[in-house]
Design a binder for this molecule. Structure first.
Ligand code: ZN
Length: 335
């Protein structure tokens, strides 16, 4: 059987947070919020197992946003006075916190949810963290004035938390680096070096996820400007093939990424997106089989892991459940 996973995030139930938003407000407080996060995590863990996934995640139920969730436990970041800033090369505006001093962890970031998941599943447990470049691109820097210096400072903090996650029983650490697809030259100049610093000494499988973003309007509009063939990966994959990362997670289904580019990742596990997160149509098992067959022209079957194109956080709960089930059915049909 081809192995099967998701990128990472899943929608938060309406009793936990506002649905349909990338930066949702929590709908519970204090001890009730702790309980609600726990229950949502266990629910999605069960649904992932029932769908037949081999590699499961916490669905990122305990963090407001995939980048800012990590920064919530970092000193030197001002979350009270957020500012509006264009991110991903000004593709869209976000309210971002400001870096005003050297960042320092004030304690564990994800201990509770990692330990909870480990206690409740025997499946391979993957945990997602934002990559250093994507962190840099989602804050307003008022201290360093140097993206590389800030990235390396973040990489050191990621490494500390990642080592602790491995001690919690996490099997795979995945760094999410959608910014790589935007800043191709910087990815080559220092992005991979920052990832190496974040993964230094980790006694687990390591992965990097690079995509064309969540299924939000700004991303869908951006994709329309990228032409008939999206060739960003052509520049990134050769250096990732040479990197110390074990797995590469990429967007494929419903995209204009030429499948032949997957051939540039020889030697790596390749998490191929067979579920499009940017539309509301649920893939048929046959479509998933077809995407996997195409991928197998360039990736050995034992190196292939069926996955989603990106996180499913902003979509409806019902749609995410349907796509999760479709993923499992498609992989089962592929045999
Ligand atoms: Zn993504």
């Amino acid at each position: 059987m081809i192995r099967c996973s998701i990128t990472g995030s899943l929608p938060k139930p309406a009793w936990l947070a506002e649905p349909g938003k990338l930066w949702p407000e929590w709908r519970a407080e204090a001890a009730s919020l702790v309980d609600a996060k726990r229950d949502a995590t266990l629910l999605w863990l069960k649904l992932q197992e029932d769908a037949g996934l081999d590699i499961v995640t916490d669905g990122e139920q305990s963090r407001q946003h995939f980048v800012h969730g990590f920064l919530a436990q970092v000193e030197g970041i001002d979350f009270v006075n957020k500012v509006r800033m264009g991110i991903r090369n000004n593709r869209y505006d976000a309210m971002v916190p400001q870096v005003y001093a050297p960042p320092r962890l004030v304690g564990r970031v994800h201990a509770a949810e990692a330990q909870l998941c480990r206690a409740h599943t025997r499946k391979t447990l993957k945990f997602t963290l934002p990559g250093p470049m994507t962190l840099v691109d989602t804050v307003a820097d008022r201290y360093f004035g140097d993206r590389v210096a800030l990235a390396m400072a973040f990489a050191d903090l990621l490494n500390v938390e990642a080592r602790a996650l491995v001690a919690d029983g996490v099997d795979v650490i995945q760094f999410d680096e959608p910014a790589f697809n935007v800043y191709l030259d910087e990815a080559a100049d220092w992005g991979v070096a920052a990832l190496h610093r974040a993964q230094e000494g980790l006694a687990c499988t390591t992965c990097v996820h690079i995509c064309y973003g969540y299924g939000i309007q700004a991303n869908n509009d951006w994709k329309k400007t990228l032409g008939d063939e999206w060739r960003q990966y052509e520049k990134l994959f050769p250096m990732l093939a040479k990197s110390r990362l074990d797995q590469i997670s990429l967007e494929c289904a419903g995209s204009r990424v030429p499948a032949s580019l997957l051939g540039l990742l020889a030697g790596k596990d390749v998490l191929v997106g067979v579920i499009d997160v940017a539309n509301e149509r649920v893939e048929t098992p046959e479509e998933i089989v077809a995407t996997l067959a195409l991928a197998q022209e360039f990736v050995a079957r034992d190196k292939l892991i069926a996955c989603t194109n990106c996180g499913m956080a902003p979509m409806s709960d019902a749609l995410a459940r349907a796509k999760l089930e479709a993923l499992g059915r498609g992989v089962a049909l592929a045999g």
